[in-house]
Ligand binder design. Structure first.
Ligand code: G6Q
Length: 524
């Protein structure tokens, strides 16, 4: 019988070690070099985490005892990992990596091979679609929400300098009509392609926004069939090629938040960057998939990051994590990571349906630096709660243009700030004046790469996907479902029925709590 996370011998050992974590006042140049790992052009510096060799050794034992390498192999081979034993659950494979396996001659298992073949088919369709419609559209609107919006949007915004000239990308996600209206005010519908993305084909916000844009197209005298593309699951309510210029497919075994490298992101990214550009993202992600699967634990970047996160969460008892890219291009990337991490690991039962008697996924949030320094860093340096940080930085900026002012470039100023924050948080500052005293020992780590291009971004995306998966494997929770979003949806539909009943005078099922809110609305 597999032991639960707190029963693992390494967890017991870590609990004892956590009574005297490493004092970061002793940070030294040797330590910065020693506690680091390098792969695929990334460099992870974690000397500023409160770990020493003994803790690191115990964390690696924890990974081994939890069988994370076998679980990663099982995931990438297509075993049914999205399940909870003994309860009704999704019972699905978890095969987002197969979307990038198209570059591999041999996949690791039959389901993975099948999934990669499906991905290959959709990629070929996309290449032809883009070639056929070259020059027809200047603007693309992606309509989708959650996983069908956040990851694709973050990638699109992060790669602006790599977009083909004259192509503009817009997103409509919120059912707030102000979202659709704001986007529609910016485009010439005659030259606009609308990509409606919904795996289930039944999401309220997306279907509503699709109709919103369709009706605007019709009003403008245009035929939506010539402008609308569907990305959906086979046989979903949206799987009706007669209504669309083209239809692309995704499958149940790709979770929404893991779907940016499927056609969910692919159609928009292929249009924005060109087909080659999208393929570069896939190449980068695939390289990280292989790395997560095969690298030695001590060199395995997503695994190390996962284990350091577990040390902070379960043994130092720190409930949040801020992810701070020192890269303006990544300004929506933390929003994607909020979903990726919190929807995956915000779970209170383990894979056997038993209540988890330990902490699982932390609260994830973030904003780019240096902007954050002028806002919430006060709390991070001197607040009563300790917030671990994950910094991301790049040696070079995306745009080649930079200016030397007083003998340094803007990029050098940016990186100086990143490194300074990492040191300041770790070491702190002694001062007799309590207002100028910085306690230090605020754990953080830095992930560095050369330049944020499509391939690097693909690898960064996959790095976080695997970090999250590895943490879920250690905790033995199901990181791949999201039951927690259902209750709110169900109640929203009951309130929608109340609104509808007022207009149609039909009787809606009784929902006194909902009615109370509608009465308040009338009094405003
Ligand atoms: C992600 C979730 C969720 C989903 C949206 C949109 O993992 O499943 O965010 O992506 O609810 O769903 P559809 O793509 O089915 O419209």
């Amino acid at each position: 019988m597999t032991k639960s996370f707190p029963e693992l011998p390494a967890a017991q050992k870590l609990k004892k070690l956590a009574t005297h974590p490493f004092d970061l006042a002793k940070l030294s140049p040797e330590r910065i070099e020693r506690f680091s790992a390098r792969a695929l052009g990334f460099h992870l510096l974690y000397g500023t985490e409160r770990v020493d060799e003994e803790v690191l050794g115990a964390l690696l034992e924890l990974a081994e005892q939890a069988g994370v390498r076998d679980k990663m192999a099982a995931m990438q081979a297509g075993e049914v990992l999205n399940r909870i034993e003994g309860c009704e659950s999704e019972e699905r494979e978890v095969l987002h990596t197969a979307m990038r396996d198209v570059f591999e001659e041999r996949q690791t298992g039959e389901p993975a091979r099948k999934a990669a073949a499906g991905a290959e088919r959709e990629l070929q369709k996309l290449e032809k679609f883009l070639a056929r419609n070259e020059g027809r559209f200047t603007d693309l609107i992606q309509v989708g929400i959650g996983g069908s919006d956040l990851g694709p949007r973050a990638l699109c915004l992060a790669l602006q300098p790599f977009h083909k000239p004259g192509r503009r990308i817009h997103f409509i996600s919120n059912v707030d009509p102000d979202d659709a209206n704001a986007v529609l005010a910016q485009v010439d519908l005659k030259k606009t392609l609308v990509v409606v993305v919904s795996k289930s084909g039944s999401t309220l916000e997306t279907l509503t926004n699709e109709e919103f844009v369709r009706s605007r197209m019709k009003k403008a005298g245009l035929d939506p069939k010539e402008h609308f593309v569907a990305v959906t699951g086979e046989k979903s309510p949206m799987d009706d090629p007669s209504r669309y210029l083209a239809s692309f497919y995704i499958w149940d075994f790709i979770g929404g938040r893991y779907s940016a490298t499927s056609m969910v992101g692919g159609v928009m990214l292929g249009f924005a960057l060109g087909f080659q550009g999208f393929q570069e993202i896939l190449r980068g992600a695939h390289a990280m998939d292989r790395h997560a699967l095969t690298a030695e634990p001590r060199e395995n970047l997503p695994l190390l990051s996962a284990l350091l996160g577990i040390w902070n969460r379960n043994f130092l008892h720190l409930p949040t994590v801020a992810i701070i890219p020192y890269s303006q291009a990544l300004h929506r990337f933390p929003a994607h990571l909020q979903q990726l991490d919190m929807e995956s690991n915000g779970k209170r039962i383990d894979k056997k349906g038993k209540g988890a008697d330990f902490s699982t996924g932390p609260v994830i949030w973030g904003e780019p630096g240096t902007n954050g320094q002028h806002s919430f860093y006060q709390l991070i340096h001197q607040g009563t709660d300790v917030v671990p940080l994950e910094f991301i930085g790049f040696r070079k900026s995306q745009h080649p243009a930079d200016l030397e002012i007083q003998h340094t470039t803007s990029q050098e100023k940016l990186l100086s700030n990143l490194f300074a924050q990492s040191i300041a948080l770790a070491v702190g500052q002694k001062d007799k004046n309590p207002n100028k005293f910085f306690p230090g020992n605020r754990p953080n780590r830095v992930l560095l790469a050369d330049r944020l291009d499509p391939k690097t971004l693909g690898a960064l995306l996959a790095f976080y996907e695997h970090k999250v998966a590895f943490q879920g494997f250690v905790w033995n929770i199901n990181s791949f479902d999201q039951e927690g979003v259902q209750l709110g949806k169900k109640l929203a539909n009951q309130i929608i029925a109340l609104f509808k009943a007022r207009r149609t005078k039909e009787k809606a099922p009784s929902f006194p709590l909902g009615e109370a809110y509608l009465r308040v609305l009338e009094e405003i």
